[in-house]
Write a protein that binds this ligand. Sequence first.
Ligand code: UD1
Length: 378
Amino acid sequence: MPQVPAGPHAVVVAGARPNFVKAKPVLDALAADGFRTTLVHTGQHYDEAMSGVFFAELDLRRPDHHLAAGSGSHAVQTAAVMTAFEPLLDRLAPDVVVVFGDVNSTLACALVAAKAGVRAAHVEAGLRSGDRSMPEEINRIVADRLCADLFAPSPDAVEHLLREGAAPRSVHLVGNVMVDTLLARRDEALARPTLAELGLHPGGYGLVTLHRPANVDDVAALAGLLAALGEIAARCPLVFPAHPRTAARVGDRLPPGVRLLGPVGYLDSVALQAGARIVLTDSGGIQEESTVLGVPCLTLRESTERPLTVIEGTNRVVGRDRRVVVTAALDTLEHPPAARRPALWDGQAGRRIARVLAQAVRAPAAGGVPADPVATVR
Ligand code: UD1
C-alpha cells in the first residue's frame, strides 16, 4: 500500500477552564485543514467541575497527554507544567505548538517550545489591561514575546503587539475563538432546563462571578464587594456560581438575596448569562460572552484587557468601590445598554487561524505568510 503522507503536526495545549472553550474550534479547524493534532492537558484545572464537564459538554476529545501539574504558587505551577512538557515536546517534535489565552499553562508551554526551537502560536495575542499586578498580564506579555504566530482577536490587540515590537507579518487579526464556541453552542445552551431547575425566570435575576486574586484573596476588597452585592440583590436577586478559590473565601459571609452555587459547566454558564438581567463579573471571557449575548455587564475590576466589550458591547468597567458598583448596577438595571457585535466575532476565527498556520508550516522560511503587513484574515 502506498504511504499517505501525514499532514503537519500541531500540539494544542489546554490547561484551565477558558482554554478548553477556546481549544475546541481550533482543534476542529486544524483537523479540517489536514493537520494531525495532539491535545495536551496540563492539569492546571483538574476537578470534574473545572475540567471534566467542559470536555463532555464541548465534545472535546480526550487529551492525548495529561501533565497533571495541579495547583500551587505561580512558580510551582508554571515549573510543574514546564518540567512535564519539555520531555513530551521533545518526543512529539511537532511542527507547531498552539497555546491559548493568559493562564500559567500558556506561558509555561510557550517558553518550553521557544527554547526547544519549536514554532509556537498564541491564540488571543495582544490583549493588555495595563495592570502588571495581574498574573495574567505578565503571562500575556511574555507569551507574545515568545510566539512566532500572534492571533489577535481585536484591533486594539494588533496595536499593542506592533507597539511592543512584534514583526508585522507575525500578527494576524482573526477574531475571537471564544465566540466561535458560543455561537456554535448557544441554541443548545438555551434549550437546557438550567433556569427552571434553579427556580429562575429570564430577566428575573442577576449573575455574579468572581475569582481574581485581587477581588477574592484581599479580605477588605471581598467584604466591600459582598456588601455591594447585598445592596444590589435588594433590587434584583443574584445567583453566584463560585470558582473553588472564591467559595473558600466567601464562606458564610454571603448577604441575603445572593445565592451561592458550585462552579457550573459551559452550557449552564451560557444559559445563566443569556437569561440574566445583569452580569457582574471579573472574568475576561464573560465580558466577551455577555457582549455577544447582548446582556448588560459590569466588570468589577479597575481595568479591562478587552476594551471592545466596552466600546461596542454592553460592558462597563466599574472597579470595586462599594458605592460606585451599586450606583452603576442600579443605573444599568434602569437603562440597559444596547450592544453591537465586534467585527470578526463571527464564529470563523478558528478557521482563519488554521489557514494561517497551514501556510506558515508549509512555508516556514517565509516566516509565516501572508506578506502584507498585519493581515486581517478573511
Ligand atoms: C486561572 C487563571 C485565570 C483564569 C482562571 C479560569 C492563571 C494565573 N490564572 O485562575 O486567568 O481566568 O484560571 O478559571 O493561570 N482549584 C480547584 N480545582 C481545580 C483547579 C483549581 O479546586 O480544578 C482551586 C485550587 O484551590 C487552586 C485555585 O483553585 O489553588 C486556583 O487555581 P489556579 O489554576 O491556580 O488559578 P485560577 O484562580 O483558577
